[in-house]
Design a protein around this ligand. Structure first.
Ligand code: F0G
Length: 477
């Protein structure tokens, strides 16, 4: 009989950071003080922090070493040139404009390309990306495949574009009103789902046919490449580095939040192939970010980013990274917990609509569930549902997304398998007691990206009972 051969992470731990579990009474107090918004908790009060995979990675010894030899010149830092060379080598884009993080790159490209009244089609919205498109006068149009909105569909490429939806929009609005296609690898709001290369090539064909460029949100491009390697016919023998390059070569420009894939705690860039656009972007970056050779980053951060890009496309690294997410996802699936399928690359997404079917969507079930999970175990997750979806720009009503999710986001190279076990057990406990969980009311709502700072109160059992009784009363005509 063949003996089992396990695999393990391709690194060992050189430095540790202590974490502590506050007791139950403290957890109740902290979540109330945070107004049931996990963004408003203090991280010292969190045991396992799965709020985000953004800027939360553990850097390698090589990255830390690079920090020590950073060139902090205001202009022309050697670390900028190293970053530029690395972006050209691994991603293939000709020009690089550094920014302090992803949304700054989104701001600049939206300002340059979008005119008032334009439409920007994309494979599902991302919060900051859509906001910058709207602030520039555009309207985002979701052209992702329908399966992406169905948490139970196990279609392997839920990040794909529905080509018919895309072409209909072009024919309806005219190519002149579509400045670019906004294409993300992987799709965060769908649950960390990849787009296939076959689909991206078809999108490219439409982009050529109508003369509309593709702007690539490449925040998690290496994770997407890993899923292509694992699942798309013809790619099993290609390296992640080769697949990443093939993806980027099908697009014209890219925004990068380097806080994800490239393993740094802060940073980003806008990458371009068009020399004229580059000139404009270089001009705008000095207004909003800093000189075009640092754009809001310290020299040492650009150096660590260059090393992080190289490490992020390693096959061994990505197998461990996505493998850990899948480990947690499979634990939850075998316990019968409703999660988004297939398991994504950067986190496991709980389906709050099925977890709490008794909580109506305008009582913020995912927000309530994330708060409850914190109370159970001081594990911090994040709402990705009606609160994140914001309000309709025209009507001012809540957007009601089909996906009402809680994201358990896994930082890269930070937690161990035992941490994943603790998380899975806590989710199971909360699931066993799910009938007790009631919704929330929003008591403070910021104008932009409300999920970051909104405040909530618990709906009391008596209030809820009154509400249900009212609902059952016959309506007088
Ligand atoms: N695009 C995607 C797909 C993202 O996930 C993010 C950030 C951004 C753009 C913006 O980048 O934060 O560097 O300005 N996502 C974080 C998250 C915030 O938690 O998912 P940023």
């Amino acid at each position: 009989m063949k003996k089992k051969r396990s695999w393990a992470e391709p690194y060992k731990i050189k430095m540790v950071e202590h974490i502590a579990l506050p007791d139950y009474e403290q957890r109740l107090k902290y979540i109330e003080e945070a107004a049931y918004n996990t963004f408003l908790l203090r991280s010292k009060d969190v045991y396992i922090d799965l709020l985000t995979d953004s800027g939360t990675s553990a850097m390698s010894d090589r990255q830390w070493a690079r920090l020590m030899i950073g060139d902090e010149a205001y202009a022309g830092s050697k670390d900028f040139y190293q970053l530029e060379e690395t972006v050209r080598q691994y991603y293939g884009y000709s020009y690089v404009v550094p920014t302090h993080q992803g949304r700054a790159a989104e701001h600049i490209i939206s300002k340059i390309l979008i005119k008032a009244g334009d439409f920007v089609p994309g494979n599902m919205y991302f919060t900051t990306t859509r906001l910058h498109q709207e602030l520039a006068g555009g309207t985002f149009v979701d052209v992702i495949v329908d399966q992406a909105h169905d948490p139970d569909s196990d279609y392997p490429f839920k990040g794909n574009v529905d080509l018919q939806k895309l072409e209909s929009l072009i024919l309806e609005q005219g190519a002149d009103h579509i400045p670019y296609f906004s294409i993300a690898t992987t799709v965060n709001m769908a649950g960390g789902q990849p787009i296939s290369l076959a689909n991206l090539r078809a999108v490219r064909a439409l982009s050529r046919k109508y003369g509309i460029p593709i702007v690539h949100d490449m925040t998690r491009v290496a994770e997407n490449a890993y899923m292509i390697q694992q699942q798309e016919p013809g790619y099993a023998h290609k390296s992640i580095a080769e697949i990443v390059r093939e993806i980027c070569d099908l697009t014209d420009a890219a925004t990068m939040s380097a806080k994800k894939d490239p393993l740094v705690n802060i940073g980003g860039f806008l990458a371009l192939n068009d020399a004229d656009l580059f000139e404009e972007a270089r001009n705008l970056v000095v207004v909003y970010e800093g000189l075009h050779t640092y754009g809001g980053m310290a020299g040492r951060d650009m150096g660590a980013l260059a090393v992080g890009i190289e490490e992020s496309v390693s096959d061994e690294h990505m197998k461990a990274r996505v493998g850990q997410v899948q480990y947690l996802g499979n634990q939850l699936l075998s316990a019968g917990i409703p999660i988004v399928k297939p398991i994504g690359t950067h986190g496991v997404f709980l389906n709050a609509a099925r977890f709490l079917p008794h909580v109506p969507q305008d009582h913020f079930p995912a927000q309530a569930l994330a708060a409850e999970l914190y109370v159970d175990s001081a594990v911090r997750a994040m709402e990705r549902g009606i609160v994140s979806a914001g309000r309709n720009k025209q009507t001012g009503e809540h957007n009601y997304p089909k996906l009402e999710l809680v994201r358990l986001t896994i930082p890269r190279r930070v937690y161990t398998q035992s941490h994943m076990d603790v998380v899975a057990e806590s989710v199971e406990r909360v699931y066993d007691n799910r009938d007790r969980i009631l919704g929330l009311t929003m008591t403070f709502e910021p104008r932009y990206l409300r999920f970051f700072q909104a405040r909530f109160e618990k709906i009391r059992a008596e209030a809820n009972a009154q509400r249900s009784a009212r609902k059952r009363e016959p309506v007088a005509n």
